[in-house]
Design a protein around this ligand. Structure first.
Ligand code: MD3
Ligand code: FE
Length: 207
């Protein structure tokens, strides 16, 4: 379950009930003040993943309080349910002291259809090295966990399944990572949507 120091995978951490509850919440967040949309990168490329942010609006290489690429409206506040879930997740993966200290203030909800992928990247927009919490819902994927030096080998490919928790902290916080492929028809029955959702929680260090 420990892929590398600070990279902890807890399969099936979310109960089926909790998974369905989060899917319902994602549905509401996806139609909030900032609609779920594909982000356009500075080079003009459009991501195949669709995303919506809570707390802070993620754009390539920065966070803002307003959705500057989609009308400039205010971003929905970071919900208490995710603050509690984040602390429970970090407690489960890292222990109670780290869990109690965790103050996530941004959530990024990513939606993958069966063709979507995410290239190898680092998450460096945050000013702190607090843990990143990742929760997977729906179809499974092949997640590629790389090294902290570059986007090349060595890496480890891990299947992330609906209900899995992954926490990235300490020496793994700035590792390169990506989603290689979605595995069609792997969602648990009754999940209520097609494709894959991933919720990441972050502590930005911004005020
Ligand atoms: C490892 N999302 O939103 S979650 C992202 O499944 C992102 O949607 C992927 O990468 C997804 O930036 C992977 C797992 C993840 C998230 C953040 C990390 C792994 C990480 C930060 C540091 C190291
Ligand atoms: Fe990432």
């Amino acid at each position: 379950r420990v892929l590398a120091p600070g990279a902890v995978h807890l399969p099936g951490w979310l109960t089926p009930d909790r998974q369905r509850e989060l899917v319902t919440l994602c549905r509401a967040w996806a139609s909030g003040p900032v609609p779920m949309r594909a982000v356009t990168m500075p080079n003009g490329g459009v991501m195949s993943v669709k995303s919506v942010s809570l707390g802070w609006h993620w754009l390539p290489y920065r966070y803002s309080r307003t959705a500057d690429d989609v009308g400039g409206g205010a971003v929905a506040p970071f919900p208490d349910v995710l603050r509690t879930l984040g602390r429970d997740a970090v407690t489960a993966a890292c222990g109670p002291e780290e869990g109690a200290a965790y103050e996530p203030d941004a959530a990024l909800v990513n939606y993958y259809d069966d063709a979507a992928k995410m290239g190898m990247h680092q998450d460096r927009e945050e000013r702190l090295n607090a843990p990143v919490v990742s929760l997977s819902l729906g179809s499974s994927c092949v997640f590629r966990f790389g090294n902290t030096e570059n986007r090349n080998r060595p890496w480890q490919d891990v299947e992330l399944v609906s209900g899995d928790l992954f926490v990235f902290s300490g020496p793994s916080r700035f590792a390169y990572h990506g989603v290689q492929k979605i595995l069609p028809d792997t969602a648990p029955s009754g999940i209520g949507f097609d494709g894959r959702l991933n919720i990441t929680l972050r502590q930005t260090g911004l005020a």
